[in-house]
Design a binder for this molecule. Sequence first.
Ligand code: B3K
Ligand code: ZN
Length: 850
Amino acid sequence: SRKVYLNDYKPFGWEVEQVSLTFRLSPRGTRVLSRIAFRPREGGRFFLHGEGLRLISAAIDGRTVTPEVTDEGLTCEVPDRPFLWEAEVEIAPEDNTALEGLYMSNGMFCTQCEAEGFRRITFYPDRPDVMAPFRVRIESDLPVLLSNGDPVASGKGWAEWHDPWPKPAYLFALVAGDLRAVRDSFTTRSGREIDLAVWVREGDEDRCGWALESLKASMAWDEREYGREYDLSVFNIVAVDDFNAGAMENKGLNIFNSALVLASPETATDRDFERIEAVIAHEYFHNWTGNRVTCRDWFQLCLKEGLTVYRDQQFTGDMRSAPVKRIEDAAMIRSRQFREDNGPLAHPVRPEEFIEINNFYTITVYEKGAEVVGMLHRLVGQNAWRAACDLYFERHDGQAVTIEDWLAAFRDTTGRNLTQFMRWYSQAGTPRLSVAEDWDGQTLTLTLRQHTPPTPGQQEKAPQLIPVALGLLHPSGPEILRTQIVEMTEPEEVVRYDVGALCKAAGLKTERPVVSALRNFSAPVMLEHDQSPKERAFLLRHDTDPVNRWEAGRALSRAALTAMATGGDADPQAWLEGLEAALTDETLDPAMQSLLLSLPSEDDLAQSLADAGEAPDPLAIRHAVEAMQDHMAETLEPVLTRAFEATAGTGPFRPDAAGAGRRSLHNACLTLLTRRDEGTRARETFARADNMTASLGALNALLSVGAGKDELAAFEARWQHDRLVMDKWFALQVMRASPEQATEVAERLTQHPQFAWKTPNRFRSVIGTLAGNAAGFHHPSGAAYDFFADWLLKLDPVNPQTAARMSTAFETWRRYGPERQARLRATLERIAASPGLSRDTGEMVARMLG
Ligand code: B3K
Ligand code: ZN
């Protein structure tokens, strides 16, 4: 398979002035007629992408031509002047199980073109830097026919759409089906009324309200915070059950995985509501960051994704709780992004080579990309941030641009030289930031050192610009130095604080302060800062920075758990005391209390052990976590009971942050208390539950102590006709299965009549979840590895994109001991050697084997 390199970028030799497409839809033989007006620029070899297309005819300016067609596209002699290209092709949407291009789901036609799916619809320069206005005519007996832009005209069996905004082909979309609309409207700040609609299958109409509320909130927010208004007369959202990703920002016609649109209190959890709100916002925000200004090439993916994730994070912080959101984002980077950045799949936020671009829709591009954008925001401050974003939109509206263009808007706004900052985009790997303290009774000296270990293809790393947010607390509690940003640029820097003066100013006795470093997770780095359990317990209680307060608790529980998992000396005392104080602190938000109560994931603990040079044993980790939960439940029983009762049933379900926070704490307490009461409370909760957050919380608590058989059956009986709820039912059983039984449980579920393995959501809920049950997945029998690999190989020819993504379950293989490593390597080698392996999975496996 061929590699593509950033440095090989060349613009396309022709400009596309206008695209007209006619679709004659039919499941086995859809005809696509294209009329494309080309105008020469540099010219050169005229190549149009095209895959799996049957070419019926082609003409230039009305004269038939016979282009040379290969697996990847066609080449043709073309005139050296503007010309009209016309072609007709045939495709079979019904046979398209890869869910890229035009495919079918439950009798409905839909598309997914990002990244390179349009070339499976017709011959076209399928690259993001070719932007053009589109006209689309759809012919079909189906009642609802949708495409991008504004509706132009329609009649019985046809509809026409026009999108005036030049767009790359990856933003093209078409939907045709027997769909129902739930409608609303939004008036923009300049007074234009936009028709909004969510299109769903019959029966789902009562689950669209939240998506519409979220959409209107997003539209208002983007006007208020970024001055960005919507630019078409309609905005359509379609829910589809078979979808590889979460959602897609096609211009004016967003297509969503139905799991990320449909919600009602009975069927969706608080988490689902929050995710729907965030993803609706994310796709909507792409209208400016991605669509109006797009990427020059796929290496620039973070240009739209990092920025849009950052915007949706800001939005969620504004709609809900900013500190809670920040803690969750920091936690996700530290576990999942660091895992990627420190393993064989590490790549820069802006990669420089790939075989299959779909393999680079990663947590590094998205979430680390968002961290980099956030650092930039904090470095330049709010006013310059807004001015630079305005400049970026103004300068590049209608263009396909690069990270350099993005940074130039900041350079030109602030006069700042961002050359070193650029390394955040080009260097892979997580910088290690160590903080060493020296105290002489008066002055505190901090020595900061940075160093980034090698990653695949990048041996040497240059120092990065690391904004380090620091604060100091007096050991009696008060803060003596408010958050200050040290902009570190060198491998080593020394910062001195005149603590005597700071204490004096605060009217306090001079004492050695407690350092709170990397506040608000000011940079995506691994902090190495030796602090005693006493200092951590102090920060857990007193830090003014919510992220570091949480982090102090994390550090305490992590230390205790890793010690327990390796048979070392575990002293959870400081952790438990700190937790007790947090749970009884009435000034703390329940959502925050719930976060403090959560333990690091088993995978995080495995990584911590690996970082400390030990081979983790996932079974020992599971036992340590369970022992810790028993310990927490026992020592904190009275406090947990009080918090559990205080958060019980408070009126009708509303999916807002306050309600969600209370329910989250309630469920966290329930899970622990279930270890003490034989499941009494959980059974009662399950029986009384009137919302999915409560039922699933209770079911989860029961399954995690090996109970809940009857409840599982009752749940299935009640929800068997609801595919989204059934996904939860499948996943929970695999997630909560004991290490010995996990593979068996997953295997049994694959025999369930509703195990529709070609639907990605269902595949992920069973097979994907098995990899999330770390102790089950890494059980020494090796059964899970074989089972998982067999299913990946079965899915691969059907849906390579989803198979490739799921293969990342193996990315941590090198962190384990020799026996597991040998088995994992053999499994990866078996996958790699299997005949006909897709390009997608082939690339992933080769990278993992290194
Ligand atoms: N841009 C899409 C993702 C497309 C995935 C292609 N493999 C959704 C998003 O990030 O908004
Ligand atoms: Zn996106």
